[in-house]
Design a protein around this ligand. Structure first.
Ligand code: SF4
Length: 237
């Protein structure tokens, strides 16, 4: 498919009103689900705190939306628990648990054990990037929960982004939300969430690459600590 030109996306993105209750997120989602056919748009969800907000908003706009979870086989039990709770709370959503082509044993046979320790980029590529690429090959747009304040690498994210990596449009409805606002929304709506957030984990990925952080750590601290890696590769070119 042909991805719309960057200036076209920027013009549309600037038209969304942000001085409202959801800081533009609801408007962006309403546009997205009316602009794209339902089978051409997917939300790639980590089921972290931002995801809970997005899922609640998406459900209000399209209760049958397709959501994909990249199931690396290395997630915390708490992550699978919150997915179960979300499925019970929002039963019409189409939640897909997408697995990589290689099982963990096959990956160990072909690349050695604990690839995440030696070559985390290769591990993320096998277990996250390639599976998402497969999903997005049949889509025109994907939704992500990126927020600008999460990290310097995310500070320039727009509502609508040209994603040349996946030849898609990446839609980020929560760019203007703060961490506090995410939690205010979760509590006000009494939504289920990953209980690891209560134990010092602001950002939750695979267990070998995620640690609890100190109170003043930024929201991406705790991911791939000490490796210099800050992104799994889904949001980098
Ligand atoms: Fe592998 Fe760690 Fe990436 Fe998960 S986050 S896919 S364990 S490197």
């Amino acid at each position: 498919m042909t991805v719309p030109a960057l200036n076209e996306l920027q013009t549309k993105a600037q038209s969304f009103e942000i001085n409202n209750e959801t800081k533009g997120a609801r408007n962006v989602l309403e546009w997205a689900y009316s602009h794209y056919d339902s089978d051409k748009i997917v939300y790639a969800s980590s089921f972290g705190a931002e995801a809970i907000v997005l899922i609640d908003l998406i459900y209000q706009v399209n209760p049958y939306a397709h959501i994909v979870f990249l199931d690396t086989g290395l997630h915390f039990p708490e992550t699978y628990e919150v997915i179960d709770k979300i499925e019970a709370r929002f039963p019409t959503l189409q939640i897909e648990r997408k697995q990589p082509a290689l099982t963990l044993d096959e990956q160990a046979d072909q690349h050695g054990t604990a690839l995440w320790k030696r070559e985390p980029n290769s591990c993320c590529n096998i277990r996250k990037v390639i599976p998402l690429r497969e999903t997005l090959s049949a889509k025109e747009a994907w939704i992500s929960g990126l927020r600008r304040e999460q990290s310097p690498t995310r500070a320039a994210t727009e509502f609508l982004n040209e994603d040349t990596k996946f030849n898609n449009v990446k839609i980020c409805p929560l760019i203007h939300w703060t961490w506090d606002e995410v939690w205010e929304y979760i509590r006000e709506r009494d939504l289920p969430y990953n209980t690891l957030h209560d134990h010092g984990y602001p950002s939750i990925g695979c267990f070998p690459c995620t640690q609890a952080v100190l109170e003043d750590g930024d929201s991406r601290a705790g991911r791939w600590t000490g490796t210099g890696k800050t992104e799994c590769g889904l949001h980098t070119r």
